[in-house]
Design a protein around this ligand. Sequence first.
Ligand code: AGP
Length: 633
Amino acid sequence: MIVIREKSAFLIYPNSFLNSLLMCGIVGYTGPREAYPIVINGLKRLEYRGYDSTGVALLNGGLKVYKKKGRVADLENFIIGENLHSNIGIGHTRWATHGEPNDRNAHPHTSASGKLAMIHNGIIENYAQIKKELLNKGYHFTSDTDTEVLLNFIEDIKNNNECNLEEAVRVALKRITGAYCILLIDEDTPDTIIAARKGSPLVIGVGKGEHFLGSDATPMLEYTKEVVYVNDYELAIVKPDELILKNLGNEKITPFVTKLDMELAAIEKGGYDHFMLKEIFEQPSTIYDCLRGRLDAAAGQIKMSGVDNNIEAFKNASRIIIVACGTSWHAGLVAEYVIEELCRIPVEVEYASEFRYRNPIINKGDIILAISQSGETADTLVAIENAKKQGAIIFGIVNVVGSSIARMSDGGAYTHAGPEIGVASTKAFTGQLAVLMMMALQIGKVRGTITNKLFSQLLFELDAVPEKVEALLKNADQLKMIAEKYKDATDALFLGRGYNFPIALEGALKLKEISYIHAEGYPAAEMKHGPIALVTEILPVVFVATKDSYHEKIISNMQEIKARRGKVIAIITEGDEVTPTLADDVFFVPPAHEIMAPLLSCVPLQLLSYYMGVAKGVDVDKPRNLAKSVTVE
Ligand code: AGP
């Protein structure tokens, strides 16, 4: 019996230790349709997860595997003219960790017998030991990957134990350590895909007489919105008209089917040149979606089930430790300023990659806030796993529904920004800020550390953010002109104070990752302690200088730069008449309470980095060396 479960706020899932994850794209299909078009188009939708190399495996009177270094389009060209008829197929896009990106390390891998093909997302930590055992048995390997080792380990068990493939997979998975999501096909069972996961995501789409598999739901959305999230240590035997789910103890598990409300259009570019630009312009609606059903300014209330269900813990919290990476870490820094101001709870913001390796002090009453767009960032996963072992409560702020951090958290809140395809995080960032603002307001109210007057004022301020973002986006072309002017810069500085200091850091990161221009973010007042030595007449200095309690001081910092003939670009508030007399270029944002300023001031910086990247001919959706959810140790 299959239970239909509507999308929920933040279901608590039992979950196990998760180690480092590869982040690759995985697609599978079995059913009456031609498999190749489904698999290859599915890979295109997942290419943002990694695109060093790619490959497909089909069964059509025998196993056929096509794979090569490069992107999905390169693979398509590589196999033009081949007989690709098959009703079953698996496909993979890779972001390399074991073995450099090349043809032979691309997935799928085939077993020694040539009858099995497998794709894998994850890292097998004890693969060297297993490889040694297999080499001693006379096995040869064509690649440097852990995946090929696992596949031959499975085949070796199947041959020596004279068991079926399913049983061999179960035995092998109990022997290995590390993280995996694997799909296997076998010439001897030409309609069946065997899949399993631990630590790497796996979703199975349920169709009529057909099944789809993927690292997330995007490859299957155009075919079905009924999906099963496979949990760790579960194994799936997938046939066109049958889905059997078991644990590694060979006990059957009832699959829970979740109905998704993601639309396919949401993952198309929607007429924009790049996903990044589309996602920047989606922010009025994504911020609105994040607030919808939670913020009711007129009624003067916020309803967040994840927070409300844990409100006592927040009310009595002695400290909040925020763990995150990259842009999500910048959201955490904004949260530190806002939560300490409104809730009077000490907040520490930790880089997850540092927090997981040092020996942090975690006290009873500490709440760990994990912020992550993908919900699959290994450093953040392990950081909260370690904290959980020390008794901390984990609260996740995540964008991808059903992701590993969501499942590992004791409670949480989704940012509801929809799939973020561009590698640079934009709409997910403002979604994180919107959630954090609501949390701070709700907790401050419960703790009595915020007056009713300020609470109500900030509710209306937050409620007005989507409209204000919509308004400032209308002037996006001004940033295109500024970008053209400074596109040949080799360095840039981003300066801000108070709530805008984290936005200066975020602006610098955006410029680095999208235009490859070196950029640094600094507290504006810190310039005099050294960095001002960098100022020359060709160095662009971006000030995030919206009207706030620091405004006069940041004007002085601007004057210090101008005195040294630096170029000043300033993000300022409509009505500011002083800054335009100082700055070389300005961009106005609508007035807002200083606490809400980050939700507005970050948007022009997103656009500035986008237009500078485009002006420099960068593939802004897939910048070099990066991938969407950078989830390797
Ligand atoms: C942001 O633009 C970057 N792509 C990157 O810093 C990202 O924020 C970081 O890898 C964290 O990812 P997460 O939010 O999915 O955990």
